[in-house]
Design a protein around this ligand. Structure first.
Ligand code: SF4
Length: 330
């Protein structure tokens, strides 16, 4: 049976250590590497994963990007019916929305609602808002699905089975520990997905020191963002970032804050003109509206711990690793 070891790279330290380990154990001929480009990464992370690592490790990295052309077509068709005068209930049935479309608002949304080519922004436009810690659909739609499709296509074309290597560690967060610990001392290193696809998590028990040591022994530099105050290097920013991380992002990379502010305005315009959406959500509620625009939250991030302006955003006081068991987000 032919087997391919497929390593998902994020540009972060854990997936890089996993790639180093796979190459050491199985050699380059048995390994393939792939990255899901969400459209929300810092340019240094893309440069690291798609230019530095291929040269330093002697590998080729494939890139997958989610595409939402079908969802845009459906959403545009629905809005066009409302813009033409059909009642919302005739288009959406009994579905309840926070915002009720008028023909004029639907027409305005139609003018702006086009695929941007940026997967993250496009996902938010078709979903009607930004993901949250409770509804973390970004990982599923931008990473898990495209990477699984890539793996299944490889099985169709080139091999009988794939071990999908995930660089996930249980000491990153309580939620990962609970999800991956299994019973007793057992941890879920290996799982059958089906259709010839298997999940392998070789660094579950590693600590962060082990991860950087693997880089050092292989002569591989970590992502340079770690030396620029970033403790995670996935999305810039990630919806799971802490108050301190957001402050660092705004101080060092204000252009990314400005980009998110533009996204907030556009997603609000095409989804809920009268109830704007924001990148960060307040507590467990859905959309906080204008009160928690990225610029407002950045101002709050500059306050000392416990700053009162955004007390409802206390969830951001502590960072949390993405709870995905796939280790696709740092
Ligand atoms: S890094 Fe954060 S924002 Fe990006 S896909 Fe993962 S959870 Fe979502």
């Amino acid at each position: 049976m032919s087997l391919i070891h497929l390593i998902s790279l994020s540009g972060g330290k854990d997936s890089t250590a996993t790639a180093i380990l796979a190459l050491e154990l199985h050699g380059i001929a048995a390994c393939r590497f792939v990255m899901a480009d969400t459209g929300n990464e810092h340019e240094s992370t893309l440069e690291y994963a798609l230019n530095y690592l291929p040269v330093a490790l002697g590998i080729k990295v494939d890139v997958v990007r989610a595409d939402f052309a079908d969802e845009f077509a459906t959403k545009r068709a629905n809005l066009a019916r409302i813009a033409a005068g059909e009642p919302e209930s005739a288009v959406y049935g009994k579905r309840k929305f926070m915002y009720h479309w008028t023909a004029k608002a639907a027409q305005r949304a139609l003018e702006l609602l086009h695929p941007s080519g940026n997967p993250y922004l496009d996902l938010c436009m078709v979903r009607g808002g930004f993901p949250s810690r409770k509804r973390q659909f970004c990982t599923e739609y931008l990473k898990t699905k495209p990477l699984t499709e890539f793996a299944m296509e490889l099985i169709d074309r080139e091999c009988d089975a794939i071990w999908s290597w995930q660089g996930v560690r249980i000491d990153e967060s309580q939620s990962r520990r609970e999800r991956l610990q299994g019973t007793g001392a057992c941890v879920k290193h290996f799982e059958v997905v089906g259709g010839g696809l298997f999940t392998y998590r070789p660094i579950l028990r590693w600590n962060v020191g082990d991860v950087f040591e693997a880089h050092r022994l292989a002569g591989i530099e970590p992502n340079p963002l770690y030396k620029q105050g970033m403790s995670r290097v996935g999305c810039m920013p990630c919806i799971n970032c802490s108050k301190g991380e957001l402050h660092e992002v705004s101080r060092r990379f204000p252009q990314h804050i400005a980009r998110i502010a533009e996204w907030e305005a556009l997603v609000s315009e095409v989804c809920r003109p009268r109830s704007p959406v924001s990148f960060f959500h307040m507590g467990t509620k859905a959309h906080a509206g204008q009160a928690s625009t990225i610029e407002s939250v950045v101002e709050w991030s500059k306050t000392s711990r416990g700053g009162k302006q955004f007390s409802l955003l206390t969830a951001l006081d502590e960072s949390t690793a993405c709870s995905s068991a796939y280790g696709l987000c740092e």
